[in-house]
Structures are given as C-alpha cells and as structure tokens.
Design a protein around this ligand. Sequence first.
Ligand code: MG
Length: 282
Amino acid sequence: MHQLKASEPDRISPLIFTDLDGTLLDHDTYSWAAAAPLLKRLEKLGIPVIFNSSKTVSEMKNLREAMKLSHPFIAENGAVIAFPEGYPEKNGAGLQFEFLGRARREILEVLTWAREEEGFRFQGFNDMSLQEIIRHTGLSSEEALAASERQATEPLLWFDTEENKARLERMLKKNELRLLSGGRFLHVMGTCDKANALAHLTRRYQTDWQYSVNTTIALGDSPNDQEMLNAADVAVIMAPSDAPPFHAQGKRETIYAGGRGPACWASALTSILLPPERECHE
Ligand SMILES: [Mg+2]
C-alpha cells in the first residue's frame, strides 16, 4: 500500500517578489550588476527570488538564466506564471505555464473596436515594427523580439488626452479588461494583476510545495506595483521616503529603498533579511 508522507512543511523561507525595470534592473541601462552578489547568495540559501513584471516569458527566461536563478516567475503583469519542470524537487530546463489572464488575441480585438469607435490615438506593440519597438524601448533586436512575444497583455504608448484615456479605460472595463500604467507604457490586460499572481503563487508554495512561508516581500517602483506591494507582508518602495511616486502599504511593514535600481534593491533586501547584529551591552 502507498505510504502517505507526513505533510509537515519541510522548507521555511521568505518569498521575494520583484519588479524588474527600475527595481532589480537599472531604469536606463537594464543592468543588474550591483545586485549580483546578493542574488547569488539568495539562490545558494534556497530563498526564491520571483520576478513579477510586465515583461514576457521570453524576456524573463533569458534574464533568469543570466542571473542563474532557479525559481518560478510571473510574466505580463500577473497574467502568466512559469514554473521549472519538476519544481521544487527537480529543476528541469523546460518550463510549464499557468495562465491567470486573458488571451492577447481577445485584447487586440477590443482595442481595435475601441479605436474604430472613438478614433483614440495610441500605438500598441501590435502596431509597431520590430524597429519601432527597438526605438521606443532601447532594447537590442533580440531583446525586442522577446518583448514582442506576448501571450496575455498589450503595451501601449498613449498619444491622446487624459480624458480620452479615461474613456478608453471605461470601454475596456465593460469588456472585463483593465488599463495599468507601467514605467514607459500603458498595459491592457485581463482582470488579473501582480497582486493576484503573488497570492496565487504563495498559496502554491504553501499547499503544493510544502513550504512554510514566513514572509512575503515585494519590491517595485511604479503605480502598477502598488497592488503587489499592498498584498505582501513587507512592501519595498524603490524611491526616497520623502518623494515616493506612489503610495503602498505592506501588511506588516513598508520600507523605502532610497532610490531605484539594483544597488538600492540589494541594500533594502539585505537590511530586511540580514539585519546588522544588535550591539551587545553587558
Ligand atoms: Mg518598474
């Protein structure tokens, strides 16, 4: 007879959910060099660093390999979760996917309809050539190709008024779609978001993978990170405390990293996970 294993959690760990552009990656150069030593250390300790960004699976897969990370990641603003095959026991090279969002084809149909109805002035990735995507993002051609391989969201550059943006948002809402502001682009997507994906993946760690998750930490730098930061135990806002670009409130704690990019990312996480030892008074 099959012997049931005791279902005691066998791994006690925090989970780190991080935005990429302007958070773990430098906003202008996309470099993550200043965070490399801490990433290596966290990987060695088995602490999951989980990307949670508007980037595509193709883009994040390359980055994750470059950073030598082995844990799942969340793509396209919470719409797609990618897991290594056999995770967490094995770490297969292949990826499996779970979709929380809407298919991009359906999103493009609604956007085409809205533009025909109202004449909105915007340009989505679907309207751009690869050269235009390169120009607007500053990515290399290989990176731009990976960015264009989208499954469940459409990024837009908005050239119209704020009033028309609100009108588009209402039209999208009637079709169960939402409009989010990212660092450079607006993102049209299903009703999922980075916060839903954080909660969903945290549950999977606890119920499917026998982790005892002692803290969830989220780091982000723009309004589309706000809900993710609110959903985490510890919210790290990648900004100085005196001039935050948006407000968020972690369930237990809110920390201002002092600025954006990998150096601030690493120092904020170090202060949370590896606080300096208290002075000893005899
Ligand atoms: Mg960002």
